[in-house]
Design a protein around this ligand. Structure first.
Ligand SMILES: C[S@@+](CC[C@H](N)C(=O)[O-])C[C@H]1O[C@@H](n2cnc3c(N)ncnc32)[C@H](O)[C@@H]1O
Length: 430
């Protein structure tokens, strides 16, 4: 397929996403099944167009004067992919799969700029109702933070030090020109390419099948390292899900000590068994959800990790559709779940133990506010100093701007080139 056909397909997929409230991946898959002539390169390009359209949905719509799928995709082609609008429009005539040629109005709009006096939420490409919250969290930088959250993410891998080394993994993936991650000492990264660039398919690589690495954003690797689990400790991973953090903790503990991996959702936990095997993680006991699943752990844990259910606002670059689906009700629901988990986690700690609270959110309601309320109600706990956590994990000074008012650590695409994450290590007095 040529670009006009791909644009047309992207308009169809985006319409499907928006009207049926389908996740992007599902809509893309459905399109692929109905259009089997399309190759992998076509599908990747169409996916990129749809993701880019949603990453900057608000500013694309403001520029074009409407938020139809057509307007958004045309804006991507010109603003993000640097296509010349007149040439593009002319090329539509020669392609039977192309969208209609651009109107005079579209041609004029698509080369314009979003005026500087446009509302901040449009410049930041975030939902209007979240602007006050982001402003409170990021101060004067909130628009810049939003803009970086609307970019394309890199593909990051965490080297499994139980089985391999960074050097070996990089060598095995040399065809993708991997680079070392800037902060995580065990990370490998492949920057996102422009336009129709394809994301490397690393999970069919021999090294992946042998358990040498996992696909894991550098931000997730950093918070797993900051969790500070040491060999020999007793650790409860209370929201283990498919085990992304569990695997990183097991490697950090060099398979010594014990991790109990629990999740209240059996289906989310299901992939962990195969992943543990592939990774050679042998110090993990999976606890499937049932009423007494964790009763024997009460008062015995050195560390309880809460990788909390959250809005996922830190992952907007990867899942831009969720940015526009989030509602105040869903945020309130997540905040309630997080508070309940913080309360629940305490009972498993030994005196002197630590609750490590993690989210992949950039919203203060789920991060510092949550911690402030917890410490106010539970004065036996205090935040472990952020600088201490960082120097123990990485042997370097905490970079400026990462420490939050409540002594937590916040990562963002703008600050650390990672997904957005928050961590606060709450130590119980001995
Ligand atoms: C952010 S995800 C965890 C991701 C996982 N730790 C990883 O690194 O791949 C949050 C998880 O919390 C789980 N969860 C939600 N409420 C819970 C609860 N009350 N107790 C335990 N797990 C819960 C969800 O099922 C979900 O899998």
């Amino acid at each position: 397929m040529r670009l006009p056909g791909r644009l047309s397909a992207a308009i169809d997929v985006l319409t499907d996403v928006e009207t049926r409230k389908r996740p992007i991946s599902e809509a893309l898959k459905a399109w692929g099944l109905n259009n089997r002539f399309a190759g992998a390169g076509d599908r990747a390009a169409i996916g990129n167009l749809v993701y880019d359209a949603l990453r900057r949905r608000a500013s694309h719509a403001a520029l074009m004067g409407n938020d139809s799928a057509r307007a958004l995709v045309l804006a991507v082609a010109v603003r993000d992919w640097n296509e010349d609008p007149a040439a593009l429009s002319a090329s539509f005539g020669a392609d039977s799969h192309a969208p209609d040629a651009l109107s005079e109005d579209e041609l004029a709009r698509v080369v314009g700029e979003v005026p500087d006096d446009t509302a901040g939420f449009v410049l930041a490409d975030v939902p209007e109702w979240l602007a006050p919250s982001l402003q409170r969290g990021f101060g004067d930088n909130w628009i810049a933070e939003g803009q970086d959250m609307a970019g394309r993410p890199s593909l990051d891998l965490r080297v499994n030090t139980l089985k391999s080394s960074r050097e070996r993994v990089m060598k095995s993936l040399i065809r993708f020109t991997p680079a070392e991650t800037a902060i995580s000492p065990i990370g490998v990264t492949m920057p996102a390419g422009p336009g129709d660039a394809r994301t490397p398919n690393v999970t069919s690589d021999e090294g992946y099948l042998k358990g040498w690495f996992e696909v894991q954003d550098q931000g997730s690797q950093i918070v797993a390292a900051l969790a500070g689990a040491r060999p020999g400790e007793q650790v409860l991973d209370l929201c283990a899900g498919a085990g992304g953090k569990t695997l990183a903790l097991a490697a950090a503990m060099m398979n010594k000590g014990q991790i109990f991996a629990y999740d209240s959702d059996r289906n989310r936990l299901a992939p962990i068994y195969d992943r543990l095997k592939r990774n050679g993680a042998r110090n993990v006991q999976v606890r499937a959800p049932q009423p007494d699943a964790l009763d024997d752990l009460v008062g015995k844990m050195d560390r309880v990790v809460i990788d909390a259910p959250c809005t996922g606002t830190g992952t907007w670059r990867r899942r831009p559709d969720t940015k526009w689906k989030l509602t105040p009700e869903l945020l309130a629901q997540r905040v309630g779940e997080q508070a309940a988990l913080l309360l629940e986690a305490q009972r498993f700690l030994k005196p002197g133990g630590t609750v490590v609270y993690i989210t992949c959110s950039i919203l203060p309601e789920e991060n510092d506010d949550q911690v402030a309320a917890f410490i106010a109600a539970n004065p036996g706990f205090s935040s472990t100093p952020a600088a201490e956590l960082w120097s123990v994990a990485f042997n370097t000074a905490l970079p400026l701007g990462l420490e939050t008012a409540q002594g937590g650590i916040a990562l963002t695409p703008r600050l650390t080139g990672t997904d957005g994450f928050y961590l606060n290590a709450l130590r119980l007095a001995a």
